[in-house]
Design a protein. Sequence first.
Length: 67
Amino acid sequence: MSHRPEQQDAPICEHCESEDVTLHPDCGEYWCNACWSWSVVDANGEESREEIGRTENRIIDDMRDFT
């Protein structure tokens, strides 16, 4: 009777539902290796508003660097 326990807290990609995600060491956010997206959510399918706001602010800051 050997079975693997399922990981209930594994992050998944919101777009392609892949579990092939990597925690980015610099910003602490997850990157989807399958569809190249930052849209990774937790196992409950929720991404915190704080995470979304931080991502949006990072994009805006990156855009300012190029103007």
